[in-house]
Design a protein around this ligand. Structure first.
Ligand code: FES
Length: 291
């Protein structure tokens, strides 16, 4: 089946580097508006374990779509007006979550994300204009503006889908590890070859692993950051109240080296953590749940 021509346009948008200066300014603005890291983590969705933005957009999209149905039904105008208002008010938390995620993406993703955001801002403007027209008693133009808003937010949704499913923004980049790593115990390295402290990379069965030794204990995580595949072994070790953590070199997501738990975003998915044992001086690893 031939893909839609719009797909070709969006793919070209990924390379539209003329958008980069604007992206830089918006990134700065996002940092200014949401300076506290804990607030950014909540907006990323760290406490819920996946991004909040796709959940939050259910409210405006659902309200506006329902308003579109009611506008087509005689006598539905009053309820439609209420739903348009609910949708417009709920845009604020959705946009805050979206811009927070967006600010920690690759340039190609940010270019598409900027146009996605512009479409949604335009749609919100059209819905607000629709409310104004309705308040003035012009139901006809109010409906036209609302349907234009619906078309625009749908185009924005198409771009959001591209961003998530084609460009893998917001997804767990470690999900494949249990499907690719062999089940059972696998040799890692002789214990004497693993230097104390620091972060080291070892490949086992073609999977890059992050290794950190604390005395006789060896902590092993997937080396591929769950946020956007950053190489964790190039990051830094950070102590978090006695729990050694790794800070990703790309966007500073922080994971416990002992449990893989996310201590700070933008990552929302924990790192796969490997069990370890020492067998005759040889360290072996096993990934619980590996296929
Ligand atoms: S790749 Fe973004 S924080 Fe690791």
């Amino acid at each position: 089946m031939k893909p839609l021509p719009a797909l070709e346009l969006v793919t070209r948008l990924e390379d539209a580097d003329w958008l980069d200066p604007l992206a830089k300014s918006v990134r700065k603005a996002v940092k200014k508006v949401i300076p506290a890291r804990w607030a950014r983590d909540v907006l990323h969705g760290v406490p819920v374990g996946h991004p909040v933005h796709p959940l939050a957009v259910q409210v405006p999209i659902g309200a506006w779509l329902s308003a579109g149905v009611l506008d087509a039904v005689p006598g539905g105008e009053k309820a439609a007006r209420l739903l348009i208002g609910v949708g417009a008010a709920s845009v604020v938390p959705s946009a805050l979550a979206g811009f927070t995620d967006w600010s920690q993406l690759h340039p190609q993703q940010q270019r598409v994300g900027l146009v996605h955001a512009a479409a949604n801002v335009t749609a919100t403007g059209l819905y607000l204009a629709s409310l104004v027209q309705r308040a003035r008693g012009s139901q006809g133009s109010g409906k036209v503006l609302a349907y234009l808003g619906l078309a625009t937010v749908s185009a924005g949704g198409f771009l959001g889908g591209h961003l998530t499913y084609r460009q893998a923004a917001g997804v767990n980049h470690s999900e494949e590890i249990p499907h690719r790593f062999p089940s059972g115990w696998q040799p890692l390295a002789p214990l004497v070859d693993l230097p104390e402290g620091g972060l080291h990379k070892r490949d086992v069965a073609g999977i890059p692993l992050l290794v950190h030794r604390e005395g006789g204990t060896v902590n092993v995580l997937s080396d591929v950051c769950s946020h956007l595949s950053g190489p964790l072994h190039e990051g830094k070790v950070k102590d978090d109240g006695g729990d050694p953590c790794v800070v990703c070199p790309w966007h500073r997501s922080t994971f416990s080296l002992r449990t893989g738990e996310v201590k700070a975003g933008p990552a929302t998915a924990r790192q796969p953590v490997f069990e370890t044992r020492t067998n005759g001086g040889l360290v072996e690893v096993c990934l619980p749940g590996a296929d």
